[in-house]
Write a protein that binds this ligand. Sequence first.
Ligand SMILES: Nc1ncnc2c1ncn2[C@@H]1O[C@H](COP(=O)(O)OP(=O)(O)OP(=O)(O)O)[C@@H](O)[C@H]1O
Length: 252
Amino acid sequence: MIKIENLHASIDGQPILKGINLEVKPGEVHAIMGPNGSGKSTLASVLAGREEYEITEGSVTFEGKDLLDLGAEDRAREGIFLAFQYPVEIPGVSNINFLKTAINEIRKYRGEEPIPAKDFLKLVKEKSALVELDNSLASRSVNEGFSGGEKKRNEIFQMAMLEPKLSILDETDSGLDIDALRIVANGVNKLKSADNASIVITHYQRLLDYIVPDFVHVLYNGKIIKSGPKELALELEEKGYDWLKKDQVIEA
Ligand SMILES: Nc1ncnc2c1ncn2[C@@H]1O[C@H](COP(=O)(O)OP(=O)(O)OP(=O)(O)O)[C@@H](O)[C@H]1O
C-alpha cells in the first residue's frame, strides 16, 4: 500500500523529518505516537502533499506509484485521506455539496460517471448514521460554527463518504469527550477492511483501546526510534518517552 523510505523533509531550510522508514500494508492500522514537536503532523502533511515542506531525501511509493510526484489533489484522488488535527471551516459551502463534488472528482479520475442523486443521498444517510452525525450538520457549511468534537466527527463522516485506501488521522481524538471518542473510533473500526489501511497519530493510549493498532511507532526528533505491537502504547503511557530518548543517545 505505502512504503516510506529514508524520508527527509524541511521547512524554511529547517530539517523536521530526518529519515522516516515505514511500510503500511492493506488491512493494517499503524499508530504513531511521540512527544510534541517530534514531526508527527509534518509527516501527515508531507504524505497528503502540503506544499510548504521541501522533500530533501527519500521516497514514498503508494500503490506502486511515486507519491511525491503527485500533487495534493491527485493524492486524494488516488485514495489518500487526511483527517486534520485542526479541521478547516469553509463558509458558504455546504457539507453535502462539498462531499458530492469530492466524490465526483474521484469518480471522474477513475473514468466513472457522476454519482446518481439517489445513490448519493443513500450514502449520506448510511454514513452519517455510522458516525451518529446530526442531519442538520450535514446540510450546514463545512465545519462552520461546529464545536471541536463535531468537527472531528465530521472528518470521519467525510472519510466514510470518500472510502479512501489510506486514511491518516492526525490527533482525531484531541478535544473529544468520551462518547464522541467512542463514536469516532467505532466509525474508523467499521470502515476498516482488508483493502484499506490507516495511520493514526495520537498522544493517548485511550484511543488505542478503541482503535486497536497492529503496530505502534514512536516518532522522536524526526525519526521512528521504536516500533512494536499495541502493548508499546501502554508502555509509553506508563513510562513516557525519556527512556527511549536515552536509547537513542546510546545508539547515536
Ligand atoms: N510551518 C512551520 N514553520 C516552522 N516550523 C515548523 C512549521 N511546521 C512545523 N514546524 C516545526 O516542526 C516541528 C515538528 O512539528 P509537528 O507539528 O510535525 O510536530 P508534532 O509531532 O505533530 O507535534 P504535536 O504533538 O505538538 O502536535 C516543530 O518543532 C514545529 O515547530
